[in-house]
Design a protein around this ligand. Structure first.
Ligand code: FAD
Length: 450
């Protein structure tokens, strides 16, 4: 690979191990080489080299794909992390973000001008993977998904050609990049629309013992359709940690935590509190003002790199009493996972379904079961428990978020994209990547390779 300007690391090189380590500690694959790309020309040369040699290509931005798709075993890791610059034009309310940047860099650069756009909830997640799959965040109910805020993409398609995709140029590709993942090319730059929003934030959490939580969660569910779009309702079930705000009798016990994140005037946010308190009295309540930037970083440490992880997710169009019962029937035990819910709706649902590849705009709520551990001896039990619990909820699910899919293969793809959408994505794949050079992702298989 002497055709690229950036460095190439191989086993034994000092930077190799750092470059191949990703967020999920379960992923320990060894690429033949890591190509640290510095611009579209490096990306094009790496894609061509992969096509010529048959080396499998993995594309890395933030390295947060739960399945570890960025790291090909024995293949070429196309590492975008050197391409992490963010440029803001405050007058035009636009940000140009290179394809390897992290969300924290986008948030920080935009907020310096009092501007923001929807980004995910953990700042070390990559702009690349998150945006290409959709992009859910605390601003989404006001400003749409992250992908709804992309005005244009600069993309290197598998042939090595550099294209612009926008509503005017290559609109078919623009449609596919809005939710279709990394299937059609490598994005070297995103142009984002920024908003001048009130980015003060309020965080609300109320904790209940598991056995008291059913009426509480029903009340929470009833608020979903009517909640103001500044609010994103959240819920969590799992084992309480050693949380300072919790009575010691509940630490290490199963609890349910309901609440919301409010972006805007915190006093207006507090007006939603009585509605949530209605069903029962929480054992503790934590209500706090914070800045949007603090909010965007507050989970950075708990969502850090040091753990082995397994996830499975569902979308729900309805969240009936039976689903609530199953959500609360999380098994107890040393290998039990935790699970969370996050509200959709608002501006997400207002974008017409046919406008983008993202397939689940009618979701009321997203569910994710998450297992986290350190001892490899627990792998099988942890994964089995998480799968078993997720399976009890699946009959009620309306689909799944492509960015939360893990090891479900084509069954997962069919859950993320319903019939006509999958057919259109397949046509697009046939046009831009008929040989499936970019297949280490949540893969849209070209029709010639089915
Ligand atoms: P990577 O592993 O680097 O990339 C994943 C895949 O995306 C690659 O295999 C490639 O196919 C593709 N890709 C990445 N960059 C490019 C590019 N520039 N061009 C072409 N293809 C590319 N999702 C949300 O919507 N909202 C959240 O709040 C949220 N929070 C999260 C928090 C954590 C801690 C984690 C681990 C994940 C979170 N996610 C969230 C899910 C997240 O969207 C996905 O894990 C996503 O794949 C991460 O992207 P990445 O760039 O970090 O990952």
């Amino acid at each position: 690979m002497n055709r690229v300007a950036g460095p190439v690391w191989q086993p034994g090189d000092e930077r190799y191990d750092l470059a191949r380590s990703v967020w999920n500690g379960m992923v320990n694959r060894r690429p033949a080489a890591v190509v640290a790309c510095t611009g579209p020309a490096d990306v094009a040369a790496t894609l061509r080299y992969g096509a010529e040699t048959g080396l499998e290509i993995g594309v890395r931005c933030g390295g947060h794909s739960i399945a570890g798709h960025a790291v090909p075993d024995g293949g070429l890791m196309l590492d975008l992390t050197p391409m992490c610059a963010v440029r803001v034009d405050a007058d035009r309310r636009r940000a140009w973000v290179q394809g390897g940047a992290l969300l924290g860099a986008l948030d920080e650069a935009a907020l310096r001008h009092g501007l923001a756009t929807t980004a995910g909830n953990v700042s070390h997640t990559g702009v690349g993977g998150l945006t290409l799959g959709g992009g859910m965040g605390w601003l989404a109910r006001q400003a749409g998904l992250t992908c709804d805020n992309v005005a244009s993409y600069q993309v290197v398609i598998p042939s090595g050609e550099v294209l612009t995709a926008s509503a005017r140029e290559n609109p078919d590709l623009f449609w596919g990049l809005r939710g279709g993942g990394g299937n059609f090319g490598v994005v070297t730059e995103f142009e984002f629309v920024l908003h001048r929003l009130d980015t003060r934030a309020l965080s609300v959490e109320m904790v209940f013992p598991l056995h008291e939580a059913e009426p509480v969660l029903r009340r929470w569910r009833d608020l979903l359709p009517e909640a103001p779009r500044e609010a994103t309702l959240t819920a969590w079930v799992g084992t309480a940690g050693d949380w300072a705000h919790l009575p010691s009798s509940l630490r290490g016990r199963p609890v349910v935590n309901i609440g919301y994140v409010w972006i805007g005037d915190p006093d207006a946010g507090r007006r939603l509190l009585p509605a949530l308190r209605g069903a029962a009295s929480p054992v503790c309540e934590v209500v706090g003002d914070l800045t949007y930037l603090q909010l965007q970083r507050r989970e950075d440490d708990t969502q850090g790199y040091r753990y082995r992880r397994y996830w499975k997710g569902h979308y729900f169009r309805d969240f009936g009493d039976e689903v609530i019962g199953r959500f609360l029937a999380l098994e107890r035990g040393p290998c039990a996972p935790s699970a969370s819910l996050q509200a959709y709706g608002g501006a997400i649902a207002e974008v017409p379904d046919h406008e983008s590849a993202f397939g689940q705009r009618d979701a009321l709520v997203e569910f994710v079961v998450a297992a986290r551990w350190t001892d490899p001896a627990e792998d099988a039990d942890r994964i089995t428990e998480a799968r078993r619990y997720a399976a009890t909820m699946e009959p009620f699910a309306s689909g799944a978020y492509v960015n939360v899919l893990n090891d479900e293969g084509q069954d997962g793809i069919r859950r993320a994209y319903r019939g006509a959408k999958l057919a259109r994505l397949t046509e697009l794949k046939d046009r831009y990547d008929p040989g499936n050079l970019l297949h280490l992702n949540q893969n849209i298989v070209p029709s010639g390779l089915r």
